[in-house]
Write a protein that binds this ligand. Structure first.
Ligand SMILES: Cc1cc2nc3c(=O)[nH]c(=O)nc-3n(C[C@H](O)[C@H](O)[C@H](O)COP(=O)(O)O)c2cc1C
Length: 359
């Protein structure tokens, strides 16, 4: 086995290593495995050994994509939530992503929900989480961003912002505005997360009445900040998969009306039909991974039809192969993001998706 690893070309190594590592990681509590993996990634990268983990396909020929007025070296990004505090940007970037989205961050630090709050459903290649925006707050995140070489070298960084759990929903805009002001000149784009199922009432912000008020306030602050900093940082709105076609169309109309620069579809789902018979299948929280894929792709199709190209769609939800990434692009996405697929497939998935989309 060891010989097989040594003899394998570098591009195969990542897969061989992860297939060996996965049973060990899956024997651990999911949050512990998560922390260990990210630490190992940082250490490997700091030693200059990132090539042993992934074959860095960031500049694959023909994979550059322009969206939101930005140039992405490839269309495959890291989805929000894996690096909530931006503490592992360089290690994650070494896997070959075209862009990295950190957060969700909130104005003040908060511990999130009691543990256990993250569950694997291996038979469904899925996760359920109810982390609840556990994070060290936006100031700590900015400290980490300031130390990132990837950021210094002009890498594409999305910063995903939310509200503290104890901020009343009527005051939610204050939290988003506070975060936007702080992260503005450090981000390539800023994501407004109104779709996590783990912060009480957050998804109510997707209703036409609430969303109109929130994005009007954010757009006017964005304009003020653009004048101050001499650069317009695009805003992306991240939506849930648990919306009807009519709700998606109403959101699309607002995004066009207020000239929001992008939409991210989708966050995790509260639906359980595909997994309710499985161990952990009825845990409270957001379901991600393979069972989410068809629903998230459907939302992308509805958005694409309603938006008619007015703004780009970032497709996320259940991508576990290059073919899944293509499905999102064919449904109308300009860029894609990965999270749960990485847990099941390992870092090899990034290169596979980049190549599938370049082909
Ligand atoms: C453990 C976990 C934590 C997450 N945290 C966040 C978050 O803080 N903010 C956010 O916008 N999305 C968060 N997400 C949602 C992902 O960014 C993504 O939208 C969703 O998981 C669907 O993609 P996937 O099926 O590839 O995982 C989280 C997902 C997981 C699995």
């Amino acid at each position: 086995m060891v010989n097989a690893i040594i003899a394998a070309p570098l591009s195969d190594c990542a897969f061989v290593h992860y297939s060996l590592l996965r049973p060990l990681l899956f024997a651990l509590d999911p949050e512990r495995a998560h922390a260990l993996t990210l630490d190992a990634l940082d250490r490997t990268n700091a030693l200059g050994l990132a090539g042993l983990i992934a074959d860095r396909p960031r500049s694959e020929k023909g994979s550059t994509v322009r969206a939101m007025g930005l140039e992405f070296p490839n269309p495959v990004g890291l989805a929000a939530g894996m690096d909530k505090n931006g503490a592992h940007i360089d290690g994650l970037a070494a896997l070959g992503f075209g862009f990295i989205e950190i957060g969700t961050t909130t104005p003040r630090p908060q511990p999130g929900n009691p543990k256990p709050r993250m569950f694997r459903l291996p038979h469904a290649q899925a996760l359920i989480n109810r982390l609840g925006f556990n994070n060290e707050g936006v100031d700590a995140l900015l400290g980490n961003v300031g130390r990132s070489r990837f950021v210094r070298e002009g890498g594409m960084l999305g910063i995903n912002i939310g509200k503290n759990f104890d901020t009343p929903i009527e005051r939610a805009a204050d939290d988003y505005l506070a975060c936007l002001r702080k992260v503005y000149d450090k981000a390539s784009y800023v994501t407004v997360n109104i779709s996590s199922p783990n912060t009480a009432n957050l998804r109510e912000l997707q209703s036409a009445a609430a969303l109109g008020g929130l994005i009007r306030a954010l757009k006017s602050e964005q304009q003020r900040l653009a004048d101050t900093h001499g650069r317009l940082v695009p805003l992306a709105v991240k939506i849930a998969p648990d919306l009807t076609q009519e709700q998606v169309e109403a959101i699309a109309r607002l995004l066009v009306e207020y000239e929001i620069e992008a939409v991210i579809a989708t966050n995790t789902t509260i639906a359980r039909d595909a997994v309710s018979a499985l161990p952990h299948g009825n845990e409270t929280g957001g379901l991600s991974g393979a069972p989410l894929r068809p629903r998230s792709t459907q939302v992308i199709r509805w958005l694409a039809a309603a938006l008619e190209g007015a703004l780009p769609i970032i497709g996320v939800g259940g991508i576990g192969s290059g073919a899944d990434a293509r499905e999102k692009i064919e449904a109308g996405a300009a860029l894609v993001q990965l999270y749960t697929g990485l847990v099941y497939r390992g870092p090899d998935l990034v290169g596979e998706c980049v190549r599938a989309l370049a082909a």
